[in-house]
Design a protein around this ligand. Structure first.
Ligand SMILES: [Zn+2]
Length: 65
């Protein structure tokens, strides 16, 4: 089964998006607007490595509101 995301540094695998959100620490949002319609949410792995999650448009509006 393909995992949602894996940390390149400590090799920890996050099998689902929900698990990724639950196990990482929120850092901030990196927005590319108006050049791109998506933003990246930055989250820290337990080892301190920052991982990015692409936010769907709907969710992005909720976060930025
Ligand atoms: Zn890690």
């Amino acid at each position: 089964m393909k995992s949602f995301k894996a940390c390149k540094c400590c090799k920890k695998e996050y099998s689902t998006e929900q698990m990724f959100i639950a196990c990482t620490k929120y850092v901030g949002i990196q927005s590319f607007a108006p050049y791109n319609l998506f933003s990246l949410e930055l989250r820290d792995c337990n080892c301190g490595t920052t991982l990015a999650r692409r936010l769907p448009i709907i969710e992005q509006q909720l976060v930025l509101a």
